[in-house]
Design a protein around this ligand. Sequence first.
Ligand code: APR
Ligand code: PHB
Length: 389
Amino acid sequence: MKTQVCIVGAGPSGLLLSQLLHNQGIDTVILERKTRAYVLTRIRAGVLERGFVDLMRLAGVGKRMDDEGFIHDGTVIANGQDHFRVSFKDRANDHVVVYGQTELTRDLYDERERTDGKIIYEVDGVVIHGADSDAPYVTYVKDNTEHRIDCAYVAGCDGFHGVSRKTIPATVRREYEKLYPFGWLGVLSETPPVHDELVYSRSDRGFALCSMRNENLSRYYVQCSLSDAPDDWTDAAFWDELKARIPDEFADKLVTGPSIEKSIAPLRSFVTEPMRWGRLFLCGDAAHIVPPTGAKGLNTAASDIHYLYYALVAKFKDGEDEGLETYSEKALARIWKAERFSWTTTMLLHNFPEQGAFDLRMQQADINFLKENEAAQTVFAENYVGLPF
Ligand code: APR
Ligand code: PHB
C-alpha cells in the first residue's frame, strides 16, 4: 500500500491531522493498535484553547463542539476556605471551551468515516523503517499477516507508550522528565456540577478539582497516593474527601451520586527532543506529557498538529521544505512554555511530602500574590487560555 503520510495512532492528534490533510487533498493512512470503541472509553480532560477550537473548525468537525461546548470566561482558585476568581475575559480577553475529549474524538472518528478515511484498527508490531532516508515505510501485522505502507512522511501520533519516539536513535534523542510523588483520583458522576466554572482547590489535605462535562455530568479529582488503587476508594470516601478539600461554600451545595468511572492517573512532566528525525515527525503525547493541572494535554497536541499540518501542505502544494525543517524547533518552543505553566500550577496547588514549613509559606505567598496582583492574574490567564502558536 502507498500513501503520502502514514500516521501511527488514532487518538485526537492522529485523527485531527488526518482530517485536516484530507481536506487539502493529501492522502493518509492511520494505523491504530486498539479499536475505535476502546479509544472512546478513555476519559480525559476537556478544556479547549482557542487554537484547538480553530483547528476543529478548520477540519470541518466543529459543529457539535460549537453547539454543545461551554464557554468559560474564568476559573476559581481556592485555598482552604478562601477563594477567588481569575477572569480570562478581563485579563486575557479570551475564554476556553469545555467539551469532553471523548466527544471530540467521537466527532473526529465520525468525520473520518464519513469522508472514507483509511484507519486500520487492531494492528500489532508497527515498525517505522528508513525514517532518515528518502523512502520511509511502515510495517505492521494484522490478522497474522505482515503488511507494508510506503509513504513520503510518517507522523508519530501514538501517545506516550507508542513506538514512534523510540524509533529515534538513543544517540540523537534527549528526554527530560519529572515525576510527581502523587496521582489524581478522578470520578465521573451523573450529577450537576458544583459550580458553573472549574474550581482548583489547594487544601491542607491535598489538591482537589471540580470540573464538568455537561449540566448533568461532573468530573471531580482529588490528589492521592501513588500506591492507592481506585477500588481502595468507595464512592462515599471519595465524596467525603472532596468536600473536605474545597471551601464549605462549595462543599455545602455539592450534589453527590454513584461514580460511573473511577481511575487514578500518575502526574508526569516529559519532553523528548528533537520532535523530528528525518521524515518522522512526533506529535502530541508521543513527544510530551504535562501534569493535568493546567489542562494542557490536548492543547499541546494542537500546536504540534497546527505546525505539522501547515508544513506538510506547504511541502505537498508548493515544494517548500522550511516548515518541515523548522517543525521541531517551533513545536518545542511552545511546548516548553506549556510545560512551565503545567509545572508551576502543579507546584502551586498540591501537597508535597517533602514540603517543609518554609516551602508551605512560599506556596501561600504565591497563591496570595496571584489573588491580589493583576499582573500575576494576567500571566495565569494568558497561559490558561493558551499562548499563541
Ligand atoms: N501502534 C499503533 N497505535 C498505537 C501504538 C502502536 N504501537 N501505540 C499507541 N497507539 C495508539 C493508542 O492506542 C492511541 O489510540 O495511539 C493513540 C495515541 O493517542 P493518545 O494517547 O490519546 O495521544 P494523542 O492523540 O497525542 O492525544 C493527546 O491529550 O489530553 C491529552 O493525554 C491526553 O490523549 C490525550 C492527548
Ligand atoms: C477535566 O475536566 O477532566 C479536567 C479539567 C481541567 C484540568 C484537568 C482535568 O486542569
